[in-house]
Design a protein around this ligand. Structure first.
Ligand SMILES: [Zn+2]
Length: 323
């Protein structure tokens, strides 16, 4: 058999109409005996009976593809069995006795075996077999062409497969891709709803209303203003006291016997109505240190018979220190 015949496809093979002598010359004695003389072998003696490698079984006479290994099953009868042939690769004809149905190569009419139907046999998957093609492989009437093994797909590093109970791949896990997916999900955070947006806006407005940033210059100005008010009050107080003392002095010089005591209410009224000494205030604004000199030196002796509270005492202390 030439190499080119092996490569020929089932459909493309030209019919082989060789004479008996030509077949005898072409085939081995075993092949000739089975393929051309329809002989048989003892069961369980063939190489392919328990052979289940993946491949295609070909005709030894002409090289035509006949059966695929996927249709082969263990019939336990001692001969290789197939549930179906490849397309029109084989043809059938009744035996001379009329009982059995012979299977022949569709291309070269070589004898392959017999077909049996309705035996209730099951294949390796448990599927009921409608017909059994009982082949005579012992005489190498068939040849197997092993299927090319597909290279194992090598998985990238860190990628692993989750295999199910029946061996199938359930999931292929790539941690990097998972991380990416997770990032994408995080990026795609759901948009806030209308009510959420409203809540946020109201909170911002509320915060803006209540928020007062601490301004150090503003605090200093406020402190200065308070100092000014306090100083003005003290100056006013001193002037009032002085005025009162002057009145007392005048009345005593005129020898007018008048009650010189004044109650607190009258004094406070005087404070309210009296016009502050503008000159003193102006001096105070320009140079507060001169206040004491202008006020305390106005009259002597100073008698605090009217005001005796702590404030006055502290003011006097301060003035004494400055002197
Ligand atoms: Zn053939």
């Amino acid at each position: 058999m030439s190499a080119s015949s092996n490569d020929r496809q089932q459909q493309q093979l030209p019919p082989m109409n060789l004479t008996d002598a030509e077949w005898k010359a072409k085939l081995t004695p075993e092949q000739y005996r089975i393929l051309r003389k329809k002989d048989t072998e003892y069961p369980g003696t063939g190489a392919y009976d328990k052979h289940f490698e993946e491949g295609v079984y070909k005709c030894s006479g002409c090289g035509q593809d006949l059966y695929d290994s996927s249709s082969k099953f263990n019939s336990h009868c001692g001969w290789p069995a197939f549930s179906s042939s490849l397309g029109t690769a084989v043809r059938r004809q009744k035996d001379a006795d009329g009982h059995r149905e012979e299977i022949l190569c569709g291309n070269c009419d070589g004898h392959l075996g017999h077909v049996f139907e309705g035996e209730g046999l099951r294949d390796s998957n448990g599927k009921l077999v409608q017909q059994r093609h009982c082949m005579k492989l012992e005489g190498e009437s068939l040849k197997i062409k092993k299927k090319k093994k597909q290279p194992k797909k090598t998985l990238p590093k860190n990628v692993f497969e989750i295999v199910g109970e029946s061996g199938q791949i359930v999931e292929r896990v790539d941690p990097k891709k998972k991380e990416k997916k997770a990032d994408q999900i995080q990026d795609r955070e759901p948009k806030p709803t209308f009510s959420e947006r409203t809540k946020k806006r109201r909170r911002r407005e509320w915060d803006a209303m209540n928020y007062e940033s601490f301004d150090i210059t503003r605090g200093r100005d406020f402190e200065k203003a308070l100092q000014r008010v306090a100083t003005r009050g003290i100056v006013q107080l001193f002037n009032t006291v002085r005025k009162q003392q002057q009145q007392q002095h005048r009345s005593s010089s005129k020898k007018e016997k008048k009650d010189t005591t004044i109650n607190k209410g009258e004094f406070l009224d005087m404070l309210k109505t009296i016009d502050s000494d503008e000159v003193s205030c102006k001096i105070m604004k320009k140079n507060p240190s001169k206040i004491e000199s202008t006020t305390t030196t106005a009259t002597t002796p100073v008698r605090w018979n009217v005001l005796q509270d702590d404030l006055m005492a502290s003011v006097q202390d301060n003035s004494d220190d400055d002197d």
